[in-house]
Design a protein around this ligand. Sequence first.
Ligand code: SER
Length: 583
Amino acid sequence: MKAIEIRNKYLNFFKNHNHAVIPSAPLIPENDPSVLFTTAGMQPLVPYLLGQKHPAGNRLTDYQKCVRTNDIDEVGDNRHLTYFEMLGNWSLGDYFKEESIAMSYEFLTKELGIPSEKISVTCFAGDDDCERDNLAAECWKKAGIPEERIYFFGKDDNWWIAGEEGPCGPDTEMFYDTGKPKCSPECNPSCGCGKYVEIWNNVFMEFYKDKNGYRKLEQQNVDTGLGLERMAMLLQKKETPFEIEIFAPVMEKLEELQKVDNIQSRRIVAEHLRSSIMIINDGGRPSNVDRGYILRRLLRRMTRHMNKLEIDLDKLGEIIDISIDSLKELYPELINNRDSIKQTIIAEKDKFIKTLKNGEREFDKVANRAKAEGKDTIEAQVVFNLYETYGFPPEMTEELAKEQGLKVDMKNYQKLFEEHQAKSRMGSEAKFKGGLASTGEIETKYHTATHLLNAALKQVLGDHVHQKGSNITTERMRFDFSHGAKMTDEEKQKTEDLVNEYIKQDLPVEKMEMKKEDALKLGAEAMFLDKYGDEVTVYKIGDVSLELCGGPHVKRTGELGTFKIQKEEASSAGVRRIKAVLL
Ligand code: SER
């Protein structure tokens, strides 16, 4: 079933159940500078969820264009998208759990024809703020889901709120069983291994959260969201959204034009192009601030990956046309905006190419100087300067150097890059996060917290725990580590307490330089051994942590504040992911 058919079926179904079909709000929220883009169908409806009367009534349905960019770096894998469409239906103080669940079940099984046995559901397990959602589970049983496919989880999985403050509540989520084998005996819908794919989320919004905690709203609302691309992918029996009709023609064209094969790059080009088209269609323009900066980042990343695929950049217009043609049935307004969208994207690409050209000119100077001095290697600092000042990608420096018979000190470049990474990322992020951080202090704290978390996890779970990845923004840290099972609530609490204990002890953070082999003898942790040269920097935190790392770090752990785990989930097979914040 094509995406457009799914959308039409959805809107018709809810229309037949007395819902008014309302138009999608623009991607760029009207009169709301606090958010960059519309990220969920409920966002434009907040005043009505809080009690204001909606002119179209108290049963609504729509499709909503959404952009979420917090996972932008993960696009290229088999599932992340920065733009997606969310189908939604709302009760503004009208029906509640029973009717909502009955309609969802009917739509999935009757309209979309999904066999009942493919559906599993999750409900809220209950805590001090809100009771266990036995009612939702009862409704599912009544609808036709047997008890063994009804799961209960806590706030991490079955509670929905946009951000920190606002209307919220327990949710019930529907999962499609792909039929893949369970990744472990405990494998269930909250596991991210890919067996279960979340398809729909019904939020029972009867609470409001602010700094003082939760209070009941005057009315009981329902807010649901169903991801269109994901549903199309499942119904078309595809493994990734890049194989459905929205992306397939562009993906094929890229494959035809490429001289170097790289599926991640093709996905990044197709995905970022679509998001850019949709943002520009709703009035966005590239710039150096806020939304414009996100658009610029999307377009630059797209251009870089076209270069990686060695696609002739003059073909960009053709590729844009194919993308718009694949989208115009869903968004007919693209047809009228086609020319201005194309112009905007191509102009931005040209600007970026100029940046790259300036970098090349600078590179030539550097290369000539190196040769004149009789050197055969370009120093790490020079590679770094080209990147910092000219936005010139290091892999291009390496490539050009090779052409001139020069080597590049990439090992030390990597070290320099890591040292400066926190700071350079801060520059852009602080800007669109309302100037929360302007010195990189926050990232530095999170960086140190990463080491403490790594150490605490080893204490609580065992020595098999090793860091598999991490990602830090001004707002949170993310930490991936090797561990085979979902952490229990008790393990999470112990880990959190231990990190806070380390913070309370105000341990000194010492930086030491030593030979790699000595560091390893001392038992230092190292994520990518090969990345480092023979001389390494090691950070020692009291007696609890010793890790190879470029830094930067705080001087004492007491500076970190309070550590809080927000979420623990599967990342990939055998790898778990923790999201945490410092308060
Ligand atoms: N607001 C919920 C979500 O984004 C349901 O629409 O998943």
